[in-house]
Ligand binder design. Sequence first.
Ligand SMILES: [Zn+2]
Length: 232
Amino acid sequence: MLTDTLRKCHHLRRHLRDLQAEIDRGPRVLQGQRDTLEEARAAHKAHHEAITQLKVKQRTDEATLKETETRLRKLEGQLLNISVPKEVAAKESEIAQAKAKQGELEDAILATIMEIEQKTGEIPAVEKAWADAQAAFAEFERDAAERLERLKNDQLGSRDALAAAEAELPEEPRAKYNSQVKAHGPDALAGVKNKVCQGCRRGLTDQKWTEVRSGALMACPNCGKLLYPVVE
Ligand SMILES: [Zn+2]
């Protein structure tokens, strides 16, 4: 019956639209996964770079500490050879400043060493997170390729099935059907359930409902969609 063919065509056209939407979504979803991977790559790199920078800071501070210690010894030596109270006071002040700097550097070096130790201890977890991110992306890519192939096969099969179904339409309704689907795609068609058009949710008259069930090509008087009775 004509309406059976319309029902089949509607189902296939909607299915094809859904398939195309899912295929079109693919690149966006892939980009999202790629962004996640790049974030993981950046976090991994930043961790190692932070350790490198801390080691540079440690070496720089150690060199400055060494200079400060040398200067301190020199100042203490100089202090032994002066006796003018004003000069002694000035030298002692210089020594106090150098000692304060020495203390600050020692504290800074200790803090840096502890931070390096902490970050070094975190390396196994950081490496695991990076490896996991790469594995997850590889898995996603593999799944996405399989999914795309499945969708494309479904698309080919559904297109063939649609062409076969549409070929069943008699000449005269086919022209009307073609112009409607050309303009509206799957939305050119609507099922009717309990006398209600599923396209516009308006009720049909008993006469129209009888005509739809008889298998005639009927357009909804309200929304213009081509109608077929829904089979429960
Ligand atoms: Zn309608």
